[in-house]
Design a protein around this ligand. Structure first.
Ligand SMILES: Cc1ncc(COP(=O)(O)OP(=O)(O)O)c(N)n1
Ligand SMILES: Cc1nc(C(=O)O)sc1CCOP(=O)(O)O
Ligand SMILES: [Mg+2]
Length: 211
């Protein structure tokens, strides 16, 4: 499972483009994973959007993750769900999900990372890594030192989320992230595809520099 470039769609930041349009443009730029995240849609509308994006992502060979809503993720045939500390417990999601279904978890420390891994998460997201204006209740960034500590403590795929940009992505990868999850740096840009392509190239280059 590659999480190098994990793009989260957001119609509030996406310059009027729909979730599906943003997803299509992001995978055209090489996004490895797409997440549908929308707190405003009804269950029905979220399912409709998820069903469309599932096709877009699978046609492009990208993973498709639904934020928060395990029911919608399962109904739409998504590859997985992302759960934070106030969402359905990881263990309950695992009990309900089919084999191979991806469950991602937000973590903020070594302790919560170890706990999420023990509960059965398939990947971890350091949430947030830097300060961000894209999530109202994100809190302050945990920073690259915490990222590095989690890297040494847990073997799961580890993504950094929150305030990730083309300027800081190399440092994030050097600190131990396997990939980055972004909103503004890609879907907030005029040219989503070019922004995704550029950010992914920076990730690949940073990983090449590690060897
Ligand atoms: C990849 C990724 N990481 C973190 C989050 C945040 O999830 P959560 O803490 O549940 O907050 P909301 O996104 O639900 O507001 C995420 N969605 N994706
Ligand atoms: C969806 C989300 N979750 C976060 C967390 O810390 O859990 S930060 C975030 C938004 C990230 O947006 P941007 O790339 O524009 O900073
Ligand atoms: Mg959540």
């Amino acid at each position: 499972m590659a999480y190098d470039l994990y793009v989260i769609t957001d119609e509030g930041i996406g310059q009027g483009r729909s979730h599906a349009e943003l997803a299509a443009r992001a995978v055209a730029g090489g996004a490895d994973a797409i997440q549908l995240r929308d707190k405003t849609l009804s269950g029905r509308d979220l399912f409709t959007a998820a069903s469309t994006i599932r096709e877009i992502a699978s046609d492009a060979g990208a993973l498709f993750i639904v934020n928060d809503r395990l029911d919608v993720a399962l109904a739409a045939g998504a590859d997985g769900v992302h759960l934070g500390e106030s969402d359905l417990p990881i263990g309950e999601a695992r009990r309900l999900a089919p084999p191979g279904f991806i469950i991602g978890a937000s973590v903020g420390s070594v302790a919560t990372a170890i706990r999420a891994a023990a509960e059965g998460a398939d990947y971890l997201a350091l949430s947030p890594t830097f300060a961000t204006g894209s999530k109202d209740d994100a809190g302050p960034g945990h920073g690259l030192a915490t990222l590095a500590e989690i890297r040494t403590a847990v073997a799961l795929p580890l993504v950094a989320i929150g305030g990730i940009t083309a300027k800081n992505v190399a440092d994030v990868i050097a600190a131990g992230a396997d990939g980055v999850a972004v909103i503004s740096a890609v879907v907030g840009q005029d040219d989503v595809t070019a922004a995704a392509r550029d950010l992914r190239a920076r990730i690949v280059a940073a990983k090449a520099n590690q060897h």
